[in-house]
Design a binder for this molecule. Sequence first.
Ligand code: 13P
Ligand code: SF4
Length: 303
Amino acid sequence: WAMHAPYVKAINELKAKRNAVILGHNYMTPDIYHGVSDFVGDSLQLAIKAAEVEADVIVQAGVHFMAETSKILSPDKIVLMPDMQAGCSLAESITAEGIEEMRAKYPGAPVVSYVNTTAEVKAASDICCTSSNALRIVNAMEQDTVIMTPDQYLAQNVANESHKNIVYWPGSCIVHEQFTPQDLRDYRAYNPGVRLIAHPECPPDVVAEADFSGSTSGILKYVTDEKPEKALLITECSMASNISDQLPEVEFVGPCNMCPYMRKITLENILWVLHSMENQVEVDEEIAAKARLSVQRMIDLSK
Ligand code: 13P
Ligand code: SF4
């Protein structure tokens, strides 16, 4: 922490000067999560915050699709991305043409796209979802067949709990797809009594081995309510580091799968964008207007 102190101080001073807020995703490293973020949360909470917050500038301490969502919901604010290369394997797996392909294959079926998508994909979709509201959004669709993009595993996990016929795009998250059911059986064998908690971007056979599955905010709520003696989060590694401070009675055990995109965000590049005001995220107004409808429909159905 001591070595981060000059950055934290400089960032917090610049934030005040620029009337800026930092929205930090749960997967940020603890120096960013605890040191400089004004609001932390999962992708739904950050999207809602982006729409509400009174500031001239938003620094998105997260990945690019999150910054686009902030810009879509707050077109008059300046949205800064500390590193424009902080992408997401899910967002990169599908384009607007992919959405049209699915519509042609399943005529009349609504398209529910994960927020982990580009603005163009959101604009081509009927509604968005996040991992915390996916089941509710899918069940709210009138039609029996629903198209989910681009996360095949989130789609399969939702299908296991929904009466809808869900068809999906074959995208996946490079962090969560690495876990296997055998890994979870081994974690249990080596850590007797451990509670295994999986993000729904994990394959369904992994979720089936877990004690609970939920979005990053769902995971935090579960651990806070249950306070298990030992917990293992089957998700990105920084999540456990971030919440362990507020839950000293819970012992968090490994493993450590890191998201290479989330790791691109550092105190250094946060300071740099606040100083230079470079890396401003722009979304074409026509695309933003359509994408806003998809995101706003999701927010309205999540209330
Ligand atoms: P959450 O909505 O659960 O925060 O997930 C976002 C994400 O990118 C997980 O990999
Ligand atoms: Fe994308 Fe997976 Fe990284 Fe989340 S953890 S940003 S879904 S690659």
